[in-house]
Structure formats: structure tokens, C-alpha cells
Design a protein around this ligand. Structure first.
Ligand code: SF4
Length: 418
């Protein structure tokens, strides 16, 4: 079993194709190299992008292994969906969402504050919307952290420049080898992540992206605020997605936590990347010390307003003397509220959530989330990319656990589509 199921091209219109997964249809974008794609071809798609075309024989071999399991997973997912609440206010808000009416900020704040049975009802409702909109598809991306050097000093970050820690940079050869290993493990989407490290020349990054792209994977960049010309060159080389979080929608707080930087520049970068054609994933930190009343709802609304392609948000990890971690309930409610305000959203259950509970992946997926990430950085480096204590987990063990979890809750690694 791997992390992607191939689909059959059922039709092509302009730069989009309809992909059929056992009768379920999803839409995906064509990459240039798929220009000769024809109806009837078999492809792998990730993040709504066709990343590889494979032979019918190869596809049928994989599909034969999946067919029975695919329908069993669907049944399982269906059986776990439950809705209903005794709370009339909650019931009225669910009806409002069903009617397609937008929720106001006060309503979002109230939903975010729910606990106990009401929170359970909110998460179940969000989970039912996830199933209606995106079926039981679940994206599992791999992440390779290729450098923990960073010129920035974001106060919430475990690898900020002023931290005294062992630093590393993977060579181009090591990065490409790590990607090849991840592709061999079955990953079809890889996040290439580093601090804001100007050490690598544009040529090195472009060459690495070209080589990795040839492995038939979706390349996500997470390299911070870099020159737009570099982002354009990497797009031309085959990268198609970028992870650029804004962390807080409060401009003053942004500049306090990211000294020397402005929120408006970050948002401009996100918009420029969208113009280049990147699928953009963005989001925020939950529980940043000093987070104002209503700020979480504003963060959610800003993410939605940016019209990006994926939500990525997680708890602030205390590293400045704070005694308490953010509240897991608040993080799970945030996943559910995002699902209510943006029904088709692709919502990543971030690995940082696991600092709050070992059950975070399952809870997040059952609260409306539909995407996961597994660290596939070579062990000797992953241990040094110290975003939080206990972050390192052996990739093979994580893969086995994740597959067991998807099996348990009825999710299949088909593409989420556009
Ligand atoms: S958040 Fe990013 S830019 Fe800021 S210190 Fe960490 S790695 Fe560097």
C-alpha cells in the first residue's frame, strides 16, 4: 500500500482533467509535461495537480490491490459520520451553514470556545461536511527539511538564528537522494523545507527541483521570503506549491514575533505566488502569547479571504518561558470552524498538533481535517530540525502508524482534487 491511488482520466477541458477513482470524480490541473494527456490515460494526482502518467498495466496492478479496500474504507468513513445536537443555538448555526450563509465573527468566536458535548457536535458536523465535499480522500505529504540554517529570528521558532544549536545543510545530492527514498516509500507530494537560508544558489535549487520533479511528485516549497525571480525559476523547474504561513493577522503582533518583517509583505508574497501559478498553503499559529480576543477568528477569515489552496495552522509551542501550551480543544475547534466557513477547504492536521496529544492526527481528521504530513528527512538531520522537543519520529514507524490510522477511520489516499 502506498500513499497515492492512480486514477483514470475521464475527460479533459482546457488545462484541467477529470480523474475517475473507482467511479468517484475529481478535477486536477495538467502540468506542462502532461500536454499529451488523453482520456483513458492513468495518472497520479496530488494537491489537485497531475504529477505523473503511468502505464495502464502498472495502474491496473495497483488498482486491483485497492479496489476492495477502497469501498470498505468508504463504508467505514460513512459509518463514523454522525450529526445532531441538543443545543438549539448550535443547531441554528449548522442550519445556517447548510443554507450557505456566512457565519459572523461573533459566531465563529462562540464556536471556537465550545467544549464538551457541544464541541463534539461541532466536530462531528464538520466531519460530515468534509465527507460531503471531499469524500474520504486524505492527502499524505512527505516533508524533507534540507537546512536548519535561517537568517531570521522569529521568536516562536525552534531554529531561529540566535538559538545555539547544531546546524546542517543537506547537499544537493543528499536532498535528491532523500526525495528518491521518499518516492520509493510511496509519497507523491513532497515539501522541501528550510529556514530562510540564502546559502543555496538559485541554480542549485532549480537543479534539485528538476531532478525531483522527474520522480513524478508534487513539489511543495517551504523556503520563506525569497526573491520572486527565484520562485518563478523554481516554478518553471517544476515546483507547483508553496507553504507560506502568515502566523498572525495582527500587523503589530506579526512584527513583534518576526522582528524586521511586516505582515503586508508576507501577504504580498502570498498573492505574488498565486499569480505565478503556485498552489499556496497558508495559515497561522494558535495561542500565540498576547493573542487578542477574536484574533483566531480573524486569522481564519484572513486565510479564507486570501483564497489559497490549503490551510496549515497549529499551536504555538512555548519556548519563551510560558508555562502552558495552547489548548487542544481550541485547535480542534479551529479545524472544525475552518470547515464550516470554507466547506471545500483542504485542511492539514499539522505535526505540531501532536505536541498537544498523541491522538492529534486522528482527532484532527475526525474534526474536519483531511491532510497529513510525515517527516521523511534522513534521521541524522531530522533530529536537528528542532521545531519542538520530541519532533523526531522514525519515518517508517510513522508511515505504518498513519496507514493503520487511515484504515481505522476509513480514509483513502486518493487526490482531494481542485
Ligand atoms: S519561522 Fe522560518 S523564517 Fe522564522 S526563524 Fe523559523 S525558519 Fe526562520
Amino acid at each position: 500500500m502506498c500513499y497515492a491511488i492512480p486514477g483514470r482520466v475521464a475527460g479533459i477541458s482546457g488545462n484541467k482533467a477529470t480523474i475517475d477513482y473507482f467511479g468517484e470524480k475529481k478535477t486536477a490541473l495538467l502540468l506542462d509535461r502532461n500536454a499529451k494527456l488523453e482520456t483513458g490515460n492513468y495518472v497520479y494526482a496530488q494537491g489537485g495537480v497531475i504529477v505523473d502518467v503511468i502505464s495502464e498495466a502498472e495502474a491496473k496492478k495497483t488498482l486491483a490491490l485497492w479496489e476492495k479496500r477502497f469501498f470498505a474504507l468508504k463504508e467505514k468513513d460513512d459509518s463514523l459520520v454522525a450529526t445532531g445536537t441538543q443545543n438549539p443555538k448550535l443547531s441554528a448555526l449548522f442550519a445556517k451553514v447548510r443554507a450557505g450563509k456566512p457565519l459572523g465573527k461573533d459566531e465563529l468566536n462562540w464556536l471556537l470556545s465550545l467544549r464538551g458535548q457541544d464541541a463534539d457536535a461541532l466536530r462531528s458536523f464538520a466531519n460530515s461536511l468534509r465527507r460531503e465535499e471531499l469524500k474520504n480522500s486524505c492527502c499524505v505529504h512527505g516533508i524533507i527539511e534540507f537546512s536548519n540554517h535561517c537568517g531570521m529570528n522569529c521568536l516562536y521558532c525552534g531554529i531561529r538564528a540566535t538559538r545555539n544549536m547544531e546546524r546542517y545543510r543537506m547537499t544537493e545530492k543528499e536532498l535528491v537522494a532523500a526525495a528518491a527514498n521518499a518516492a520509493k516509500l510511496g509519497f507523491r507530494a513532497l515539501v522541501l523545507q528550510s529556514g530562510e537560508d540564502k546559502f543555496y544558489s538559485g541554480e542549485t535549487l532549480v537543479r534539485a527541483v528538476q531532478k525531483i520533479r522527474r520522480m513524478g511528485v508534487l513539489i511543495f516549497l517551504s523556503i520563506g521570503e525569497r526573491d520572486l525571480k527565484l520562485y518563478q525559476a523554481l516554478y518553471d523547474a517544476g515546483a507547483r506549491a508553496a507553504l507560506v504561513r502568515f502566523e498572525t493577522s495582527n500587523p503589530a503582533s506579526y512584527s513583534r514575533w518576526r522582528p524586521g518583517r511586516k505582515l503586508e509583505d508576507r501577504l504580498r508574497l502570498i498573492r505574488e505566488l498565486q499569480k505565478i501559478g503556485y498552489l499556496v498553503s497558508t495559515g497561522f499559529l494558535i495561542g500565540l502569547p498576547g493573542e487578542g480576543e477574536g484574533e483566531l477568528a480573524e486569522n481564519i477569515l484572513l486565510t479564507r479571504g486570501l483564497g489559497t489552496d490549503m490551510y496549515s495552522f497549529g499551536p504555538y509551542i512555548p519556548r519563551n518561558g510560558e508555562k502552558e501550551k495552547p489548548d487542544l480543544d481550541r485547535c480542534l475547534n479551529a479545524i472544525s470552524v475552518v470547515r464550516l466557513v470554507d466547506r471545500k477547504a483542504k485542511i492539514l492536521v499539522t505535526t505540531a498538533m501532536e505536541t498537544l496529544s498523541p491522538e492529534a492526527k486522528r482527532l484532527g481528521l475526525m474534526a474536519g481535517g483531511n491532510s497529513l504530513m510525515i517527516d521523511v528527512t534522513p534521521e541524522k538531520y531530522s533530529r536537528l530540525y528542532e521545531l519542538y522537543q520530541g519532533k523526531y519520529k522514525p519515518a517508517k514507524e510513522e508511515i505504518a502508524k498513519t496507514l493503520a490510522l487511515l484504515n481505522e477511520i476509513g480514509r483513502a489516499p486518493t487526490d482531494l482534487g481542485l
